[in-house]
Design a protein around this ligand. Structure first.
Ligand code: SF4
Length: 228
């Protein structure tokens, strides 16, 4: 049956009004949405349900991470069980353990080799702030001095349950992202740039701080000359 101009909302003036009557039996089955609102949940669901962590550990926290991958806790329920042996196939870096200055260049290099979108989870007190070794001469007080951390898991060590909770928090963060604003599709977005690899000499030097270090050294030198 052909709908009359009144039924289709045509006014005869060249403008159409969406005056369409939805039958009662269909009123709970019609959803009005936009492409972005439809696409984002699917895009995020596929990524959050197949997080592939990079398989490496730094200290005792790594043992708890390994426990979480066992059958008792079953990471596979969340699609996170595929620990990869290469950063090129991983999208989550779990920094689990004490971050020593010696290890930082390697950790940053591995991070740079991971493709976007990539995420970083700081597991335990050591990775988040140095933990019990914070004042140690060889320990970095938090991996977030070098890498952008998405989720912090507290504890010394965090239990496998806490680890799972952190991974679920990671999933919830991914759920909030939008394909329209994702930084990895933008050119020259600072959050997707390669992190300069720190140089380990007598101490660890963050290459992003070189200008500040030079300025401070020149200032100290000038003060010494003035004093002499
Ligand atoms: S936070 Fe505690 S358990 Fe984890 S690496 Fe540091 S000392 Fe070990």
């Amino acid at each position: 049956m052909t709908a009359s101009p009144t039924e289709t909302g045509a006014t005869g003036t060249g403008t159409a009004s969406p005056n369409i009557t939805v039958p009662d039996e269909l009123s709970n089955n019609v959803a009005i949405t936009t492409i972005a609102k439809l696409l984002d949940p699917i895009y995020n669901w596929t990524r959050r349900s197949s997080l592939w962590p990079l398989g490496f550990g730094l200290a005792c926290c790594a043992i708890e991470m390994i426990c979480a991958a066992s059958s008792r806790f079953d990471l596979a329920r969340f699609g996170m069980e595929v620990f990869r042996a290469t950063p090129r196939q991983a999208d989550v870096m779990i920094v689990s353990g004490t971050v020593t200055k010696k290890m930082v260049p390697t950790i940053v290099r591995l991070y740079n080799q991971m493709p976007e979108p990539r995420y970083v989870i700081s597991m335990g007190a050591c990775a988040s702030g140095g933990g019990p070794f914070k004042e140690g001469y060889n320990v970095v007080d938090g991996i977030d001095k070098f890498l952008p951390v998405d989720v912090y898991i507290p504890g010394c060590p965090p239990t496998p349950q806490a680890f799972l909770n952190g991974m679920i928090a990671m999933q919830e963060k991914i759920d909030q992202q939008s394909i329209a604003t994702a930084p990895w599709y933008k050119k020259n977005d600072p959050t997707t740039e390669v992190v300069p690899i720190p140089v380990l000499g007598p101490d660890l030097v963050d290459m992003r701080q070189v200008d500040i270090i030079k300025a401070e050294a020149a200032k100290a030198e000038a003060e010494v000359e003035t004093a002499v």
